[in-house]
Ligand binder design. Structure first.
Ligand code: GRF
Length: 203
């Protein structure tokens, strides 16, 4: 059975678009359905992209709300959607335990650095300022810490050709757009395998 996914975004939505493309005609096609995109900012450019794909969108503003109120609103909407996975794609809000504890191993994020070396924002600026020749991007489950959740996979990014921060970002994003769907695919396949074991008629 296809798993139901909601994508959470805050801005541009390039990872969201790559996942949408893969769910329509790429490696995610047989494994999931993107049932909705939720943004915490009404100006998030990704909202228009999602609409163009015919995906249901929601804006749940975080600005001017306490974390408690925002997360309660988010939980209400997500639970109405009855999803199997919550996929963060450039979602720029820290989620507190009040949110994450509702969805253990159900929230996945992509981080533009190796989470064991750099946590928080500006992963590409960090790699550029350190002059790294090679960096990594990490896909991981989200727990109550900042980029501390169990790693699903890491992908090396060769930065030797980068002459500017923009180059670093371009190289990193190119990898993100392929790698995120690959990691989601392996998570979804594992879940499907587990389901078919549970459904096995026996003895
Ligand atoms: C990506 O670099 C992602 O790793 C990070 O935020 C950025 C979002 O970009 N979490 P986009 O909105 O997917 O284009």
């Amino acid at each position: 059975m296809k798993q139901r996914i909601v994508l959470l975004i805050s801005g541009r939505g390039s990872n969201m678009e790559a996942i949408l493309q893969n769910s329509r005609s790429g490696i995610l096609k047989d494994h999931c359905e993107i049932v909705a995109v939720i943004a915490n900012r009404s100006q998030a450019a990704g909202l228009q992209i999602a609409s163009d794909y015919g995906v249901q969108t929601y804006t749940i503003p975080s600005k001017g709300k306490t974390r408690e109120v925002f997360e309660a609103d988010l939980i209400k909407q997500i639970d109405l959607l009855e999803v199997d996975l919550i996929v963060l794609a450039g979602f720029m809000r820290i989620l507190t335990p009040a949110f994450t504890q509702n969805y253990p191993k159900k929230i996945i994020n992509i981080h533009p650095a190796d989470t064991s070396e750099h946590q928080g924002v500006d992963g590409y600026a960090w790699a550029w300022e350190k002059g790294l020749e090679e960096s990594a991007i990490t896909v991981h489950y989200v727990d109550e810490g900042l980029d501390t959740g169990q790693v699903i996979g890491k992908c090396k990014v060769d930065l030797r050709g980068a002459k500017s921060l923009e180059d670093v970002e371009k190289l990193g994003l190119r990898a993100e757009h392929v790698f995120y769907s690959q990691m989601l695919c392996s998570v979804l396949k594992e879940t499907q395998k587990a389901e078919s074991l549970i459904n096995f008629d026996g003895p």
